[in-house]
Design a protein around this ligand. Sequence first.
Ligand code: NAD
Ligand code: TYD
Length: 355
Amino acid sequence: MSDQFKRNILITGGAGFIGSHLVRHMVTKYPDYRIINFDKLTYAGNLENLRDIEHLPNYQFVRGDITDLNQLREVFNTYAVDGVMHCAAESHVDRSISDPLIFVHTNVMGTASMLQAAKESWKENMSDKRFLHISTDEVYGSLGEEGLFEETTAYDPRSPYSASKAGSDHLVMAFGHTYNLPVVVSNCSNNYGPYQFPEKLIPLFIRNVLTGKPLPVYGKGENVRDWLFVGDHVMALDLVFHKGASGETYNIGGHNEWKNLDLVHLMCDLVDQKTGKAQGTSRNLITYVKDRAGHDLRYAIDAGKIQRELGWVPSLTFEEGLSKTIDWYLNNEEWLEHVTSGAYLQYYEDQYQNR
Ligand code: NAD
Ligand code: TYD
C-alpha cells in the first residue's frame, strides 16, 4: 500500500471506552498519521463511539481479533505499521470473576500475539518503532490505608482480570528485554468519562439514577479508587508513546482518591442539581449488596515519574470531570439507550458490511 502518511499507528481496542478517546485524539491531532483501529467488537466495542471521526481520511477501521496471529501479520504488512498503542482487552473485574478464561485468552494470548506480530514485522529495523502497552494499576494488588503504587512496586494481582493484565505486562517487558522490541508500558488508575460502558461504577450508577433503578454499592462502600478523567489519560498516552523511554513503565493517576460511597453521594447530588430534583432524591436509590469476591480495598497511584520526566499532570479536578461526564450522559441518552438495548451492535452491519 503506497504510503502518504508519516506514521502508521495500530490502535487496538479503539471502539471501546479508552480506545475510542485515544483514536479520536490521534486522528485529529496528527492528520499526517494514519490510525488503524483494530477491534473485534465484543460487547464492549461500539463503533457509535467514533461516528464523529469515522469519515476522516487518516482513519481506518479493521475488524479483527488480537489472538489471531495471521490476521495481525496481515495488518502489520498491509498498513506498514510502525507504532502500536495496545488497548484491546477484557477489562471488567466482575466479568473476570464469573468467566476468567476469556481474560487469559484475550489479555495474555492476545498481547503475546501482538508482540509476536510486531517482532516479526519490525525485525529488520526496530529503531524507529514503538509498542505502547496500556495497562492498569490493578497489577500492583491492593493497598492498605497508607502508601501509593510506584513503578517499582512488586506485582501482586488478585483478580483474574488483574492477573491476566499482569501476565501481559510481563510478556511486553520480556519481548523488550529478549528481542529489543521498543516497548513501553503505562499503568493507569480508574478512568471515567463519556462513552464508558455502563457496567463500570460511574456510568452504571449515572444510568441507574436516570432510570430510577437501585444503585448497588458492594459491601459497605468503603473501597477506595483513584479516579482519572479519560481525556487526561489519553494525553498521558500520547506523551508516553512519543517521549517515553523504551523498556520503561509509567504510572498514570489522578492524585484523586475517593471512597466509593463518598463518590456515589457526590454523583447523586450533582445529578439531582442538574435535573432539578430535590436534594437527596438519588441517594435514596443506594442499596448495599453482597461484596465482590476478593474485592481490593484501595488503589492509589504515585504519578511523580511521568510528571517529572514527561511533564504530565491531570488538567481537570474530579468535580469538573464528573460534572462534564454527567452532562455528557444527560445529553446522550440515545447512546445509553443503544448500549443498554444492544442496538449498537447493529451499527457495524449498517455502516461497514459493504466496505
Ligand atoms: P473496554 O472494555 O471499554 O474496551 C475494550 C475493547 O477491546 C473493546 O472495544 C473490545 O471490542 C476490544 N477487544 C476485546 N477483545 C478483543 C480481541 N480479542 N481482539 C480485538 N479487540 C478486542 O476497555 P477500556 O476500559 O477502554 O480499557 C482499555 C484498556 O485500558 C484495557 O487494556 C484496560 O486494561 C486498560 N485500563 C482501563 C482502565 C479503566 O478504568 N477502564 C484503567 C486502566 C487501564
Ligand atoms: P469498577 O468500576 O468495576 O472498577 P474496578 O473494579 O476496576 O476498580 O468498580 C469501581 C469500584 O466500585 C470498585 O470498588 C467496585 C465498586 N462497585 C460497586 O460498589 N458497585 C457496582 O455495581 C460496581 C460495578 C462497582
